[in-house]
Design a binder for this molecule. Structure first.
Ligand SMILES: [Cu+2]
Length: 390
């Protein structure tokens, strides 16, 4: 009997040894998760995200919204959306979340796997948190505030706390890249689409629960990239709009992010078709091939789709959320295919830190243009470790 007990104890120690072996000797290399095995690149990029409550303009002054629309937003780094973060497959990303606001905020990075990598946990006003995640699977992913342990997460997302993180896969093909986030606003100061808004608004939970959005933003503003509609009878939508520019026939890649908070995006290029590159390929080194030559791709809330396309003829193309109510609310952007487009003519808010570069995101777009304005923007730049963006 004693021998059986002793044998049982030894067997338990042996099993425990196997179970805890990785903890005792450190993580084995390469890193495996789900269907992907990736060898770490050794590159450690750093990004700082500052959470705050900020008034921002979310619609231009036009006939639909006389005087424009101001809103009591919640933001990362002062803008809706927060900065687009870019890393390569196998890179380590160290994130510091600093809470300069009056409310509890947090972060949830869909690019990671496991709570220790994905979630910051609640960060109180005046406090900060630093943690790391590894980019195992390539793709575009949403990040967003999770409020205080999900308590109020709907309001923090509805108020603007989200952004895109791109994990460039190992075998990613070169293309001109853009990030565009479609999102809804539920504004208690907005009496309706065609009425003047009564001052600076805030989150309207009644409109939110009945899915009655006032605006659809593209990178933080309705009609941000749409100067006007109408060929014969013209309606000015945004005199300050910049449009996307591409060369005719040039490969382009679009990270279309939909944080919601509740509505999907029926994404379509007018006069174009698109390849949907969601997921990951069998070798786990490139984007998947979900649909080729697709006309319209449904992006549910909480998701980023990777869309590739070329625009063969010179001229104007328009990307829309093909739900027409969402077009009225601002969910569209214009693309001009023109020979004099350059590699660095990326509109405000749409820049993606390129693969193999030292850039992480944040406020680095001007620095990137200064370094690569000669047309080398999508070429591989110097890789390094400990790259930082605020
Ligand atoms: Cu928050």
């Amino acid at each position: 009997m004693t021998q059986k007990i002793l044998a049982g104890i030894f067997a338990s120690i042996l099993v425990a040894g196997f179970v805890f072996y990785p903890l005792l000797v450190g993580s084995p290399q390469p890193v495996k998760s789900l269907n992907t095995e990736v060898t770490p690149t050794g590159v450690n990029k750093k990004v700082t995200m500052i959470a705050n409550e900020t008034v921002v303009q979310i619609a231009p002054d036009n006939a639909l919204h006389p005087g424009g629309v101001m809103y009591n937003a919640y933001t990362f780094n002062g803008t809706i959306p927060g900065p687009t973060v870019g890393i390569d497959q196998g890179d380590n990303l160290t994130i510091t979340l600093i809470n300069k606001g009056k409310l509890i905020h947090s972060l949830d990075f869909h690019a990671g796997i496991g709570p220790s990598q994905v979630l910051s946990g609640s960060v109180s006003p005046g406090e900060s948190k630093t943690w790391s995640l590894m980019g195992i699977n390539g793709g575009g992913f949403l990040y967003h505030c999770g409020a205080d342990g999900l308590n109020g997460v709907w309001e923090h997302i509805a108020n603007g706390m989200y952004g895109t993180i791109v994990v460039h896969p190992q075998n990613e093909q070169k293309a001109k890249e853009f990030a565009v986030t479609f999102s809804e606003i539920y504004n208690n100061a907005d009496p309706g689409v065609f009425n003047e808004v009564n001052g600076t608004g805030s989150f309207d939970i009644g409109k939110f629960l009945s899915e009655d959005a006032d605006l659809v933003l593209t990178n933080g503003m309705a009609f941000k990239y749409v100067p006007s509609v109408g060929q014969v009878s013209k309606l000015e939508l945004n005199p300050n709009a910049t449009v996307f520019k591409v060369k005719p026939g040039e490969p382009t890649r679009w990270f279309i992010n939909n944080p919601g908070p509740t509505d999907g995006v029926a994404f379509h290029f007018i006069s174009g078709q698109q390849d949907v590159r969601d997921g990951f390929n069998a070798e786990a080194k490139d984007y998947g091939v979900t649909q080729l030559n697709d006309e319209n791709w449904w992006i549910p809330p909480g998701s980023t789709s990777v869309i590739e396309s070329t625009f063969p003829e010179p001229g104007v193309y328009v990307a829309v959320d093909h739900n027409m109510a969402d077009v009225v609310k601002g969910g569209a952007f214009a693309i001009l295919a023109v020979d004099n487009s350059t590699a660095t003519d990326i509109p405000d808010g749409a820049w993606v830190p390129p693969k193999g570069s030292e850039f992480v995101g944040g406020n680095q777009q001007a620095q990137w243009v200064a370094e690569y304005g000669g047309g080398q923007a999508n070429q591989t730049a110097t890789s390094g470790s400990n790259q930082t963006a605020a």
